[in-house]
Design a protein around this ligand. Structure first.
Ligand SMILES: *[C@@H]1O[C@H](CO)[C@@H](O)[C@H](O)[C@H]1NC(C)=O
Ligand SMILES: *[C@@H]1O[C@H](CO)[C@@H](O)[C@H](O)[C@H]1NC(C)=O
Ligand SMILES: *[C@@H]1O[C@H](CO)[C@@H](O)[C@H](O)[C@H]1NC(C)=O
Length: 581
């Protein structure tokens, strides 16, 4: 039937010619896609696009949509601002209505770890950070459960700690460092509730969304759930809780395997690794007008891809960074983002660690077959990391570019995540990593480890420094048997503590990120104003004060990190290593 064949061929050609639209970030025609979202966000009624998509509805979505349709038709699909404002006042509520302040029930006056901090000023400060959990605690109103369709907030049964500022919902990877802080504050019950929320999400959606809003549903964030469970267990020994939830932990890892794997061929071998990848279209609802305007700079056929890559960037937690902008022709333009074309070091290290933890969890529960399965996965991952991402000459791991087949040799603290995650088999890597930091001139920065050495104006680049990345490098180095590496870890901790403490002394606030270029200030750049609070920053400070509390000081800088001094120390270390053992 030649006629039929031609028809099919034509359909196929048409299909290839016009770019297939990707599905929207969620079904909601108010919060995720559609004309209402478009008109409201493009009218820029609020300073931050996140404002509108966080507003609860005053009535059912059907009524809101119907009324909007009528209004829009009456104004030929371009509603004047005043009318739009009247419409919003009638059908939407102010942000934050759906959340209540919540004082964690397990909050107590003086947790033990405070006593370990020798410096009186640092101890008093830690006490104030401990108080902040009460400010960052949130609980959902029952309406979110009874009428979920009227909220962008995703219902969680248990109260939780939010990052702070514009981030009034939970975030996935932030919560890991928050939990570390909470455990030091002896708040294991709060941690358990947060874990239960995450496990519930995995049961409902098959993965953990980026954050607790419907517009975040189709993208995740760096996978740290298994590690959260491990930390909780190490403080409580709650094996029954592990037993109850081990299958759900496995389910979350399956999501990364099924939806985020990619293979890399090198020579004869093919390796399977993971990447951030979000095949969903449309602008990000919470940054809608920015994404539309950015897309306007590109040919129409490239816009869906841009939006998917921006979402993948958000999934990485590094939104945004030169890490995802590597490539021609404009490495500094956000529109050149290509997150999914890179195999990230940190993601693969997180999964490697999760596989190891799963193996030990199953062993603890007496399930040898599953323990063995995860042990094998981890071994494969170790071999893969060392074959694809490790670079012996530089002494670090690097993101692998799927298009060029090359590693991205730029400096990012994430390059040392395998050290932090304990995901290596050669015990010499910590010393190599120390040399890598020295070669990259990272130890000359007195106020914190920069996110990169590239100044792009993006928030995950120079001169910003972020708490979780300090933790990655500091605890990575501290794992080394070498006293030099451990000493540098301590000095980096001292630097970070001092930056946080000094800014806190001036502003009485903790920030999500710091600018290390002018003596340590709240950070800048990116898509929104710097936020106060701040969950993971507080968590990391408490961890460092707990670990090094007997040595950290709030006073003047020590001289150790002077380049000459460090060089001398490295030289001495090298000479010592030549001595027969
Ligand atoms: C409605 O808007 C479209 C395009 O924006 C324009 O072409 C059309 O003339 C308008 N119709 C009326 C009745 O104003
Ligand atoms: C993961 O992949 C499955 C099967 O291809 C698909 O049904 C599911 O929607 C995907 N999940 C996400 C969050 O993209
Ligand atoms: C948990 O159990 C282990 C071994 O049974 C024990 O060594 C450890 O002290 C316990 N930890 C807590 C927090 O109870």
């Amino acid at each position: 039937m030649p006629g039929r064949t031609w028809e099919l061929c034509l359909l196929l050609l048409l299909g290839l010619g016009s770019q297939e639209a990707l599905p929207p970030p969620c079904e909601s025609q108010i919060y995720c896609h559609g004309e209402l979202l478009h008109q409201v966000q493009m009218a820029k009624l609020y300073q931050d696009d996140k404002h509108f998509v966080d507003m609860p509805l005053s009535t059912t979505p059907d009524r809101v949509l119907q009324s909007f349709d009528e209004l829009s038709k009456a104004h030929n699909h371009s509603i004047p601002t005043q009318h739009l404002q009247v419409f919003l006042a009638k059908y939407f509520q102010d942000v934050g209505q759906e959340l209540q302040a919540w004082t964690p029930e397990d909050w107590k006056d003086s947790p033990q770890f405070l006593q370990k901090i020798s410096d009186a000023k640092l101890r008093a400060w830690a006490g104030q950070l401990h108080q902040l959990w009460k400010k960052l605690g949130k609980k959902m109103k029952p309406e979110v459960l009874s009428h979920p369709e009227q909220f962008s907030l995703i219902y969680s049964a248990h109260p939780f700690i939010v990052p702070g500022g514009r981030f009034l919902e939970f975030y996935y990877w932030d919560s890991y460092w928050v939990m570390e802080g909470l455990l030091l504050s002896e708040m294991a019950q709060t941690v358990k509730g947060m874990l239960q929320n995450f496990l519930d999400l995995v049961k409902t959606y098959g993965h953990i969304p980026n954050g607790g809003r419907v517009y975040y549903l189709q993208r995740s964030q760096p996978p740290l759930l298994t590690l959260m469970m491990d930390r909780y267990l190490s403080h409580t020994n709650d094996t029954a809780f592990l037993q109850e939830n081990i299958e759900t932990l496995a389910l979350e890892l399956d999501f990364w395997t099924k939806n985020r794997s990619v293979s890399v061929s090198l020579g004869e071998n093919t390796y399977v690794l993971n990447r951030y990848y979000v095949p969903y279209g449309g602008p990000r609802p919470e940054s809608y007008s920015k994404d539309v305007e950015l897309a306007d700079t590109l040919p129409e056929g490239d816009r869906e891809t841009l939006w998917a890559e921006l979402k993948a960037g958000a999934e990485s937690g590094w939104d945004f960074s030169s890490r995802w902008l590597t490539g021609d022709p404009n490495p500094n333009l956000l529109s050149s983002i290509r997150t999914s074309k890179l195999v990230p070091v940190d993601l693969n290290a997180f999964l490697c660690q999760a596989e190891e933890l799963m193996s030990s969890f199953y062993a603890r529960l007496g399930n040898d077959a599953q323990a063995e399965k995860y042990r094998t996965l981890r071994e494969q991952r170790l071999a893969t990391l060392s074959a694809v991402l490790w670079d012996e000459e530089s002494g670090a791991w690097f993101d692998y570019d799927l298009d060029t087949g090359k590693k991205n040799k730029e400096f990012y603290p994430s390059n040392l995540t395998p050290l932090w995650a304990g995901c290596f088999s050669d015990s010499g890597v910590a010393d190599k990593a120390l040399k890598y930091l020295e070669d990259s001139h990272i130890l000359t920065y007195q106020h914190g480890i920069p996110t990169s050495l590239q100044k792009t104006g993006q928030q995950w680049d120079f001169p910003n420094a972020w708490a979780p990345l300090q933790d990655v490098v500091i605890r990575g180095l501290a794992k080394s048997p070498s006293p030099q590496a451990q000493e540098v870890a301590f000095q980096l901790a001292q630097n970070w503590i001092r930056t946080n403490f000094d800014v806190y002394s001036q502003k009485s606030a903790m920030y999500e990120k710091y600018d290390i270029s002018n003596g340590g200030q709240p950070g800048g750049g990116g898509e929104y104003e710097v936020q106060e609070g701040f969950g993971w920053t507080n968590g990391v400070v408490l961890m460092l004060l707990d670990r090094y509390g007997d040595r950290l000081t709030s006073g003047a800088q020590l001289a150790f990190l002077e380049p000459h001094c460090l060089l001398a120390a490295l030289l001495l270390n090298f000479l010592l290593s030549l001595l027969p053992r």
